[in-house]
Design a protein around this ligand. Structure first.
Ligand code: ATP
Length: 231
């Protein structure tokens, strides 16, 4: 799992054991596979029988049911309302997405995450009670733009609108210098959380470690300070 995916998964309640995913398109399948790999119980549903069968044969869910999620009784019968968290992964069918979100919220599911395909869609989902709304296409577009303009940023996790944790390639200017010599905290307002070489990371690195161009470093700081760092 990379840093960026934390933005979505941190919003799923930590004490959850049982997740429901409605809609098994690319997004829904990605959610199922990631949760299931981590050992959670995941119930997946889709109106399309083929998608249900595919998810089962790919072994990305614990149980799968073919149903129309706009039908309250079908959701109830499948046991979706017993889930601690339900992810409504229907983006392109506005009406179905809204009715489904309304159904699961009204039935008392404590935490409902819904995928929106536009700002208006997001507002409607909020109105019907979604606890968290994601805009995967928009977020992927932002990430792409950042990766094109700052290719040395390998990964990024936005803590809020002003602070981030980023994984970057050590820039040329830092090569052969130690964290202490660079005075990253006083000069750039940044704290180094980890240094990485190959697949290994040293957490809370010794400030006398010499940095090597092309190796990786994970830093935390304000967006503005991160922008000032040479990359
Ligand atoms: P993605 O954008 O995630 O790749 P997609 O393009 O298929 O997937 P959508 O059109 O939003 O995205 O549909 C997601 C899934 O939701 C589809 O598999 C679709 O069959 C399913 N779906 C649509 N309507 C319903 C419904 N009423 N009940 C259950 N599943 C539904």
């Amino acid at each position: 799992m990379n840093l960026s995916s934390l933005g979505f998964f941190r919003n799923l309640r930590k004490d959850n054991q049982q997740f429901g995913v409605i809609g098994l398109g690319r997004f829904g399948r990605g959610v199922c596979a990631t949760l299931y790999r981590q050992g959670y119980q995941v119930m997946g549903t889709d109106i399309d029988e083929k998608r249900v069968a595919q998810a089962l044969s790919d072994q990305i869910i614990s149980h799968a049911v073919q149903l129309d999620s706009t039908e309250l009784s079908a959701l109830k019968e499948a046991g979706i309302f017993e889930c601690d968290t339900v992810i409504v992964a229907i983006g392109n069918y506005l009406q179905e997405s809204i009715i489904t979100t309304l159904n699961v919220k009204e039935a008392g599911v404590p935490y409902v995450v819904a995928k929106a395909s536009s700002e208006v869609h997001g507002k409607l989902l909020q109105r019907v009670g979604a606890d968290h709304i994601v805009y995967p296409e928009y977020e992927a577009g932002c990430a792409l733009a950042r990766s094109i303009t700052k290719p040395s940023i390998l990964d990024r996790f936005d803590l809020d609108s002003n602070h981030s944790i980023v994984e970057v390639l050590v820039p040329e200017e830092f090569h052969g210098k130690t964290v202490m010599e660079l005075q990253l905290r006083t000069r750039y307002g940044l704290n180094v959380l980890a240094l990485g070489q190959n697949e290994q990371f040293e957490i809370n690195p010794d400030p006398t470690t010499r940095l090597a161009k092309g190796s990786r470093m994970v830093v935390i700081g304000s967006t503005r300070d991160l922008e000032r760092m040479p990359m």
